[in-house]
Design a protein around this ligand. Structure first.
Ligand code: ZN
Length: 159
């Protein structure tokens, strides 16, 4: 229970890519990318979706049920996801997304967060052939303009 940090639950190509990204971040930037979450259950998604939308009591009931730590009122003032139901075809529901945190520090500088994006670019180059076969590319949530998600790395299909 709780957050799944097991890289073995990622889709096999994506697992290789994440390991490469972690290696590159360490070698080139001396940043330890700590894995925060890989494949996600519906229970956890339900708790995440409730955050910022339901009362703190309900949110924490859902979080406890999902094996997550409880949050406070301030945490519950903003939403953290747009997704209500896990899609088992894409993203965390399919093992095609992985959240990482520079040195395990959520208050990392913008420069340290940007290392994730730089390593994602390197990964798209390194795995160009396998990605072409998969018909996908690796994207970084830090590049999203509307709902920036800095820890989020995803193998997007159909691109
Ligand atoms: Zn994510």
């Amino acid at each position: 229970m709780g957050l799944n940090r097991n890289l073995d639950d990622l889709q096999p190509l994506f697992k290789k890519i994440i390991i490469y990204i972690i290696e590159q971040a360490k070698e080139k930037y001396n940043i330890d990318l700590k894995v925060n979450e890989t494949k996600r259950s519906q229970e956890i998604q339900t708790a995440y979706f409730a955050q910022g939308r339901q009362s703190l009591i309900i949110v924490n009931q859902l979080r406890e049920k999902a094996g997550l730590y409880t949050i406070n009122d301030k945490d519950n003032q903003k939403t953290i996801t747009r997704v209500e139901n896990i899609n088992t075809e894409v993203s965390h529901g399919a093992g095609l997304a992985c959240d990482v945190v520079p040195n395990g520090n959520w208050s990392s500088s913008p420069l340290d967060w940007a290392v994730i994006g730089k390593c994602v670019v390197l990964a798209n180059g390194k795995f160009v052939n396998e990605l072409r076969e998969f018909k996908g590319k690796v994207i970084w949530g830090g590049n999203w303009s509307k709902f920036t998600d800095k820890p989020h790395i995803e193998l997007e299909k159909g691109v």
